[in-house]
Design a protein around this ligand. Structure first.
Ligand code: ADP
Length: 216
């Protein structure tokens, strides 16, 4: 079951896709994570990507399309991908359609996590990521505790684009380039709207109910 998790930056796409990966044996494709991996390598491409990320702009479609084809062409992940933060504009939507056909797969649903702007900014600024285990926390809404996190808190890090200025730019990019894509999926009748403002387990429950209804 290929699933697209849609929503503004800070909507909780990463957190919810981690839940789905854990429970449904799916493979997460976070274009943001893949780009940050390239940045860590400090390659020529990585340096270029970092400057785009820090401005809150979209990385070029060519780079993204190659990343996605590498994964969709891998038989180990056949029809069990969760796309987190992809596609983000019409070019990417069209290219994804081409790849899905080429590799004989299907998009089962697009889950749109809706959250208003004030909450989003606080979520982004409070976000903390553990580089050891890959889990994401939030110092205001979902702090790391002994129960939910087994690594030392000293490892927790902030992303360089999680500051107020870049967050506002990311939101603007989302509204201008990404949000219009939703109509395309709505017309295909595979779009499901989810209130992303509640508690993480409640939102996840709603997501599971939608997926369950598609399986039966
Ligand atoms: P968020 O969704 O919270 O902004 P991500 O980790 O998904 O966080 O993305 C971080 C940054 O990576 C984006 O601001 C953008 O610069 C880049 N990026 C991620 N996915 C894409 C994509 N599909 N197309 C272009 N750029 C992307």
């Amino acid at each position: 079951m290929n699933i697209i998790l849609f929503g503004p930056p800070g909507a909780g796409k990463g957190t919810q896709s981690d839940n789905l990966v854990r429970d449904l044996n799916l493979y997460k494709i976070s274009t943001g994570d893949l780009l940050r991996e390239e940045v860590k390598k400090k390659s020529v491409l990585g340096v270029k990507i970092k400057s785009i990320l820090d401005q809150g702009l979209l990385v070029s479609d060519d780079i993204i399309n190659d990343l996605i084809e590498n994964i969709l062409s891998n038989k180990n992940y056949f029809n069990r991908s969760i796309f987190d933060g992809y596609p983000r504009n019409f070019n990417q939507v069209k290219h994804l359609d081409i790849l899905i056909k080429k590799y004989n797969q299907k998009i089962y649903c697009v889950l749109n996590l809706k959250v208003n702007q004030d909450v989003i900014i606080k979520r982004i600024i409070g976000r903390q990521v553990c580089p050891k285990c890959g889990l994401t926390f939030n110092e205001f809404f979902n702090p790391s505790t002994k129960e939910n996190h087994h690594c030392d808190v000293k490892f927790l890090q902030k992303r360089s684009d999680d500051n107020e200025k870049t967050a506002k730019n990311r939101l603007e990019t989302y509204t201008k380039e990404t949000l219009p894509v939703l109509d395309y999926y709505k017309n295909q009748k595979i779009l499901y709207e989810i209130d992303g403002t509640g508690h993480i387990p409640e939102i996840y429950k709603e997501i599971r109910e939608i997926i369950h209804s598609l399986e039966t």
